[in-house]
Design a protein around this ligand. Structure first.
Ligand SMILES: [Zn+2]
Length: 142
């Protein structure tokens, strides 16, 4: 079938990220899938999906990423899993976009224009599972 290769059902074996990324597999952050030009040949697109679960009691929180900039646009999303209150994030996320520090407690999607610095992104006080999805117009996250 022509598009069988476009259906991704297993994660990238050894993902390599720039040093500003800290959100690799841990007891509280679990990767699901990463679609990019390597996992789906020909994709001029990148996405990652992760679950984040309660349990990290550190004062620092879960630092997902430091401040960084890239030449492609990006979607950054976090969705709390509370079926009775679907927009409650169930955690606090600190996300700096172009020197504006946002404190977020609701499920959200953020559009980051190309060339705009963003991060750090820090997750604290996770009370319920959170689904994280990000996507960008690049075949390779570098
Ligand atoms: Zn980014």
């Amino acid at each position: 079938m022509k598009y069988a290769k476009n259906l991704l059902t297993s994660d990238k074996a050894r993902p390599i990220f720039p040093s500003f990324r800290h959100d690799q597999d841990s007891p509280y952050v679990r990767r699901v899938l990463q679609l990019d030009a390597e996992t789906v040949p020909g994709a001029e697109f990148y996405s990652e999906a992760k679950w984040i679960v309660p349990g990290n009691a550190s004062a620092e929180g879960i630092v997902m990423v430091d401040s960084h900039t890239h030449p492609w646009r990006e979607l950054v999303s976090f969705f709390g899993f509370d079926y009775e209150n679907i927009l409650d994030l169930g955690a606090e996320i600190e996300f700096t976009i172009d020197h504006e520090k946002h404190l977020i407690t609701r499920s959200f999607s953020a559009f980051i224009p190309a060339g705009v610095p963003h991060g750090p992104l820090i997750i604290r006080n996770v009370r319920k599972p959170i689904f994280h999805f990000t996507a960008a117009e690049t075949g390779s996250y570098e």
